[in-house]
Design a protein around this ligand. Structure first.
Ligand code: NA7
Length: 870
């Protein structure tokens, strides 16, 4: 204590729920002084406040319990599969007693504001009791669902009857016997409490804005196979949970819901329904989170269940969620929820059809949404109104405190457009402020116990590291934070999650920025990321101390999530390097892998033919014609494959895509391959094909004078070379060039050949092998191999050059774009962060590179309209 009203400690922890309690334990174990500040008069957090009837956890209690004290596993025996709120609260109190936690917890103490003092390198926390706490480290253990949503219904304070909020329920309970009761809200709290309120009340009216998916809990004593597995080896069981998707041991499926017969699917869903565990609902198939069509199968299954249970078909219809996919809003676990609507005293008001106009002194006025809001259709009198309207989730409790960081910036302002965090743990501008299960961490998408323990352990290890290394402050870098938020959103965008108006998105609170709040990549992956961050010397953080500043700037997951996923799958396959397969082996392998890719969109017409190449040869081509009325602009497309592998059809999905999206005829030409036909065969064929197509534009259905070239990799090399050769020869006229990952000088000394030598499909050894097959070392100085080395690039047609960050060819592509621009050519240069060489042609497989494909189509459209302008 430094003066009468100020306590000085190493660590201040706000909140005495499960997170704050464990953080206190860990700080004591680390030998640090710590104090916990808590608004309530006892421990428990969520379980202290949410005492409404029927409140239970929705993760099996055997999973929803601490793992850090192995004795607890023996000392505390849960009575039910899903414990009730009183039992969970007693558990929290038991732990507090056992570890004598209360002596370091200041109850009845609300934190009002907190300021970082940059000179002292300490936080000062102000409380409503008038006491201040100063601390080097400030840990927010304030919970994700702890700030009640402010009622946004007119007249709420006018009602003269009893008013209850599920999230701050009276401690001695409520007796609804003989009463007319309204419940507003059908989230988890509404769904758990409604059956119990209905069993007491004289009349119950439920006001439902959005129907929710709910699954029967089949609650009862714990006597299932889960407990057996757990008892056999608790430590192994816990470890499995820590590396799982949602913090509960589950077995991920490897089959799509659409790959099995409807009968098999139905039987599987029946089994899952019978088990009554949210953790297993998405488990049976690998695409329920990502595919609307697959998700529809479980959605329909639950709709049918609702229709079986609820006798009145109109009410059943109202209870069937149709405006969101299953599990895109938090699904619920219930005991008799749907059957409650068969009781005569229970009425459901659908707020999609009728709206609450106002709450009056005696009840609620509702109006038909279809007519003027002024035309009152019904007044319903109530003795009690229960608000089960939810929370300002994940950010509410954090920005609820007036927090001021370095540079006097307020956290509220810093997060005005949505929370910005690195790993959901810390935020730029607020040194030494940690959030347990903050936005950007798995938190509410997981078993909170597992996520809480992981964060507490990470924070503890971090603080210990700082103390032993003489470091005073830790703070994320701008880059690390920006890319983490981006990474988390990119994963969410690969799923159906952002499609719902959920509290995960902040959509339940009027005016709240709508961004996806939790990290959706799973607790196992998240743990791995955090561990890697530590191993890489606290990557993405700036650490300062007496010895100066360590700036460990960097990005922890630089690859796009779908690219990363694809690379992990390939790594598991442990394929031999392509260059070791021999020419024929490599060709066969590439043809077989191409056949497994999504096919790309339907086009109007496909014609396979031949055209004359150079040296009297005949080249296969495939023509893709749009379904729209022609004639169309034309594009000569050169496939990728290192001049060695591939064919007129090997980039089929991309050609189809470009045809549809740019409304052009795409003609993919199969130039001669090395080593059978070495340089300059392919380059000469490229020009010959372009000339022939230009000369035969009309008979091919194209518009004469609107001919562009495009290609990928070695194909982009041929496209660039063709464009240069056409300029020198004066024919054909080329309106533009789209160069995707072009080879422009095969200079393997560039940094990208070093940075990306291995691990990103196209490797430096493979590229060297391709070049050796194609040409002699001396040829590499020839602009027909290395278009970057041409005497001049001026006068070339406009170009789109696309390069990928994790591609050995990146730097020579970038150099070509820069050289074209320097020569006065109109260039659009698209550098794709987090992408690899093979990502962009993977139509419908690699979602995060869709924008690059769209840019290719867009460029082709622009080239042809500019050519019309000529
Ligand atoms: P939720 O899940 O946010 O549910 C709140 C419910 O209240 C939900 O049905 C809302 O409809 C409804 N709501 C909110 N505001 C209104 C207004 N103004 N009018 C009518 N209806 C309204 O909170 P819970 O407390 O039930 O559960 C929170 C979590 O606790 C839960 O997910 C579990 O993890 C445990 P909406 O869906 O927004 O249309």
């Amino acid at each position: 204590m430094s003066d009468n009203n100020t306590i000085d400690v190493d660590v201040v922890i706000v909140g005495a729920g499960f997170a704050g309690m464990y953080q206190l334990v860990q700080m004591r174990r680390a030998g640090l002084s710590a104090v916990v500040l808590e608004t309530a008069d006892d421990v428990g957090g969520t379980w202290y406040w949410n005492r409404y009837p029927g409140a239970r956890c929705d993760i099996l209690t055997v999973d929803y319990s601490y793992s850090w004290d192995p004795e607890l596993e023996k000392d505390w025996i849960w009575s039910e599969r899903y414990a009730t709120q009183p039992e969970i609260l007693r558990y929290a109190q038991f732990v507090a007693d056992k570890h004598d936690l209360r002596r370091d917890i200041r109850f009845n103490t609300k934190v009002t504001s907190a300021q970082w003092n940059n000179d002292a390198k300490r936080w000062r926390i102000h409380t409503d009791s008038g006491d201040d706490v100063t601390a080097q480290f400030y840990v927010m253990a304030t919970g994700c669902l702890s700030m009640p949503k402010v009622p946004d219904i007119e007249g709420t304070d006018r009602f003269k009857g009893e008013v209850y909020f599920t999230n701050s329920w009276p401690h001695d309970g409520v007796d609804f016997s003989g009463k007319r009761v309204a419940v507003i809200g059908t989230g988890s709290s509404g769904i758990q409490s409604i059956p119990l309120i209905a069993s007491q009340a004289d009349q119950l009216t439920v006001f439902q804005r959005t129907p929710n998916f709910s699954v029967p809990a089949h609650n009862g004593p714990i006597a299932d196979e889960r407990l057996v597995a757990y008892r056999q080896d608790p430590a192994a069981y816990r470890e499995e949970a820590r590396h799982s998707g949602i913090g509960v041991p589950t077995t991920p499926a490897d089959v799509s819901a659409l790959e099995v017969s409807p009968q098999e699917r139905e039987a599987t869903y029946e089994e899952v329904w019978r088990r009554g565990e949210l953790a297993h609902l998405l488990e049976p198939y690998n695409d329920l989170r990502i595919s609307a069509e697959s998700n529809d199968t479980i959605r329909c299954f639950i709709h049918n269940k609702i229709r079986e249970i609820v006798k009145d078909p109109d009410v059943a219809d109202l209870l069937c969620p149709t405006n969101h996919y299953f599990a895109t809003k938090r699904p619920c676990l219930d005991s008799g929820y749907y059957a409650t609507y068969n009781l005569p005293q229970v009425r459901l008001v659908d707020l999609q059809k009728q709206a609450i106009e106002t709450i009056t002194e005696s009840g609620i006025n509702i109006v038909d949404s279809a007519i003027s809001a002024k035309e009152k259709t019904e007044s319903i009198d109530f003795d009690a109104i229960v608000f089960a309207t939810g929370f300002d989730a994940m950010t509410g409790a954090i920005v609820g405190v007036d927090i001021t960081g370095r540079n006097d910036e307020s956290l509220r302002d810093a997060w005005a457009h949505g929370p910005q965090t690195y790993l959901g743990l810390m935020t730029v501008g607020f040194p030494n402020l940690f959030m347990i299960t903050g936005p950007g961490s798995p938190s509410v998408l997981s078993n909170m116990m597992v996520s809480i323990e992981q964060h507490v352990d990470l924070i503890t290890d971090t603080i210990k590291h700082l103390r032993t290394s003489g470091i005073d402050t830790i703070e994320p870098t701008e880059l690390a934070q920006r890319r983490w938020v981006q990474h988390s959103n990119e994963i969410a965008d690969l799923t159906l999650l952002p499609t719902a108006n959920s509290w995960y998105m902040g959509a339940n609170v009027p005016g709240k920025p709508q961004v996806f709040l939790p990290y959706p990549g799973g607790v196992g992956e998240y743990r791995k990321i955090c561990d890697e961050m530590v191993v890489q010397g606290y990557l993405g953080f700036t650490l300062t101390g007496a010895n100066g500043t360590q700036n460990n700037d960097g990005v922890i997951r630089p690859l796009k999530p779908d690219v990363q996923e694809m690379l992990s799958i390939m790594a598991e396959m442990a394929l031999p390097p392509l260059e070791t397969m021999g020419v024929e082996g490599a060709r066969a392998f590439m043809a077989a892998s191409g056949a497994n890719m999504p096919p790309g969109p339907e086009v109007g017409e496909i014609i396979d033919g031949t055209l004359p190449g150079a040296d009297g040869t005949s080249l296969d081509y495939r023509l893709y014609r749009p379904a729209t009325a022609g004639p169309h602009p034309m594009v000569v497309y050169y496939h990728g494959g290192g001049w060695v592998v591939g064919s007129a059809t090997s980039d089929d999905p991309l050609c189809r895509y470009l045809c549809v999206e740019s409304e052009s005829i795409i003609i993919s030409v199969n130039y001669r391959h090395a080593p059978e036909a070495r340089f300059p065969a392919a380059a000469d064929d490229g020009l010959a094909a372009a000339n022939w197509i230009s000369d035969h534009a009309e008979e091919l259905g194209g518009r004469p004078g609107q001919l562009a070239v495009a290609g990928w990799s070695a194909g982009a090399n041929i496209a660039a070379v063709t464009t240069q050769q056409a300029k020198l020869a004066g024919t054909p006229t080329i309106s533009g060039q789209v160069l995707l990952n072009p080879v422009t000088d095969v200079s393997t000394v560039r940094q990208s050949y070093i940075d990306n030598a291995e691990g990103y499909v196209l490797t430096t050894p493979l590229m060297s092998w391709f070049c050796d097959q194609y040409c002699n070392p001396a040829d590499r100085l020839n602009p027909k191999v290395s278009p970057l080395l041409a005497d001049t690039l001026s006068g070339l047609p406009p170009a789109l050059v696309i390069t990928c960050e994790f591609d050995p060819l990146r730097d020579e592509g970038d150099a070509y774009a820069e050289a074209l621009a320097a020569a006065g050519v109109q260039v659009q240069h698209l550098q794709c962060p987090g992408q690899i060489h093979t990502a962009i042609p993977a139509v419908d497989a690699m979602v995060t590179s869709e924008y690059a494909r769209a840019a290719m189509a867009d460029a082709l459209r622009k080239f042809s309209s500019a050519a019309v302008g000529h």
